[in-house]
Design a protein around this ligand. Structure first.
Ligand SMILES: [Zn+2]
Length: 254
């Protein structure tokens, strides 16, 4: 005969067991849930729920600057986007090959840094085609650029009418070309940075290289993942459409 105490003890044990098994099931369900947000890109593991920003560099490549920026990105398993000038491709093909090897993104910025907003449709097409063709001839026969940054940040109705790529502006302007001061660039980014930002810099200044050396580890330390422009918009579920202007991938809910 079991006593009342034995019965109570058995019930308690069963309840404990139930709680433990239930907890384990919940935990494993949560772990499966977690992995659905993680994406492996090369050696990088992106968590699409965590903050991300895109560093962008215009007007390069420039030897001694761009290649050093790539070393920093590689060291921290991060990537950036480079809006390249077509006429600089041939002399800097090795730097561009390294960008592609590291899964960085390349985007249009015209062949000879022309003001896109003032070009005719045929002139613009020519500038973009020349850049893409040289890139395929001397760097990578497969790589296709899918985004563009308007030179000088200038847009016009005519540009919007015939541009066949999404136009990527920015949400943080370091103004590095103007002050050429690493501390000012770093401060501008760290004071304003938020999830979904597109950060504008230029890879033709020593001060920008030095700012990048500080910013990359610091942004990572603050919980940001450094991604390309296309990755940023993809994982924020914003479709990039031709002839549209994009400044950031900030959440629509603020
Ligand atoms: Zn430019």
């Amino acid at each position: 005969m079991e006593t009342g105490d034995d019965m109570t003890m058995r019930k308690k044990l069963l309840i404990c067991l139930g709680v433990i098994i239930g907890g384990m099931m919940l935990l494993s369900a949560d772990m499966r849930h977690l992995s659905a947000f993680e994406i492996q890109i090369g050696s990088r593991m992106l968590d699409t729920r965590k903050p991300m920003v895109a560093l962008t560099f215009d007007d390069g490549p420039h030897p001694g600057i761009t290649d050093e920026i790539l070393k920093i990105l590689d060291e921290y398993d991060s990537v950036a986007t480079f809006f390249i000038v077509g006429e600089r491709i041939e002399k800097n093909s090795e730097i561009l090959k390294e960008m592609i090897r590291l899964n960085c993104e390349l985007g249009h910025h015209t062949y000879s840094h022309q003001d896109m907003s003032r070009l005719s449709e045929s002139e613009l097409k020519h500038q973009l085609e020349m850049t893409q063709n040289v890139l395929n001839e001397v760097v990578d026969p497969q790589y296709v650029m899918k985004i563009a940054r308007p030179t000088f940040g200038n847009t016009s109705t005519s540009l919007l009418n015939y541009m066949e790529f999404p136009l990527i502006l920015w949400s943080i302007d370091t103004r590095d070309w103007s002050h050429k001061n690493k501390d000012k660039s770093v401060a501008e980014v760290l004071m304003h940075v938020q999830d979904g930002d597109v950060i504008l810099m230029h890879d033709d200044y020593q001060a920008t290289l030095e700012a990048t050396r500080i910013l990359v580890p610091e942004l990572i330390q603050r919980g940001y993942q450094l991604v390309t422009v296309s990755e940023l918009f993809t994982y924020k579920q914003i479709e990039l459409l031709p002839s549209r202007i994009y400044k950031s991938a900030h959440s629509m809910v603020s």
